[in-house]
Design a protein around this ligand. Structure first.
Ligand SMILES: C[S@@+](CC[C@H](N)C(=O)[O-])C[C@H]1O[C@@H](n2cnc3c(N)ncnc32)[C@H](O)[C@@H]1O
Length: 217
């Protein structure tokens, strides 16, 4: 395991319970996020319709499972994948009716072309930008042609070192990413963006938030 993956696992194992407590009801006050997730649910459903043989959906980097559970509540046949055992433990305890699996963004435990949809909700933010091409190639590998992708991240163009999060001392880098550059990276992996949402910061956020919907070609 590379150093950056070890840092991600240690940090998220450390904050898992408090992260889950802090963000449990966050979507309630976030209409733009819920709209993006609802659009994704519909697009993934269309890509996984009966004619296409049905289709599973995954959240890559699911953390405590709040987004996975929200999409399950919209009728999406979804399971969660994360590399942090601490996060997966919280997800399993909070949502025992859903399936959770250990895996990495660049090595998902999913067969090629198996998914009608994949959501990466603030999970690409700790991957060094130079390694995102590998992650997006993996996203394309697991999606069927026409499959839906939703990627959420903080917009910007900088690396931020985190010393503290959710009441714990941690050491972890987070990358704020230019949405147009992410679009180019997705396109290079045959993931074509068709809808871009960038909203202004609210509450304690310090950057705009980006939500990109793409389709596997
Ligand atoms: C900011 S949290 C977001 C969790 C969840 N999507 C949510 O919005 O609540 C980032 C999550 O992505 C996971 N993650 C980050 N990089 C990963 C990687 N390379 N492979 C697997 N999981 C990763 C972390 O373990 C963490 O649970």
């Amino acid at each position: 395991m590379t150093d950056h993956l070890k840092l991600i696992r240690t940090a998220y194992d450390t904050v898992a319970a408090d992260y889950a407590d802090r963000l449990r009801d966050e979507l309630t006050g976030r209409p733009i996020e819920r709209a993006a997730l609802a659009a994704f649910a519909e697009l993934a459903g269309a890509a996984g319709g009966a004619a296409a043989g049905g289709g599973a959906v995954a959240e890559a980097g699911c953390g405590p499972g709040r987004i996975t559970a929200h999409l399950a509540g919209l009728g999406v046949p979804i399971f969660g994948v994360d590399m942090s055992p601490g996060m997966l433990g919280v997800a399993q305890r909070s949502h025992p009716g859903l399936a959770w699996a250990r895996g990495y963004l660049a090595a998902l435990p999913v067969a090629a072309g198996a998914l009608a949809g994949l959501v990466a909700w603030y999970s690409i933010i700790h991957t060094p930008p130079g390694q995102l091409a590998t992650v997006f190639a993996e996203f394309r590998r697991v999606l069927r042609p026409g499959g839906a992708l939703l990627v959420a991240f903080q917009a910007g163009d900088e690396r931020v070192h985190l010393h503290q999060a959710y009441g714990h001392a941690i050491t972890l880098d987070a990358y704020r990413l230019p949405p147009a550059w992410i679009e180019d990276q997705l396109a290079a992996a045959d993931l074509v963006t068709h809808t871009r949402i960038v909203r202004d910061p609210i509450a304690r956020e310090s950057t705009p938030q980006a939500f990109l919907l793409a389709r596997a070609t």
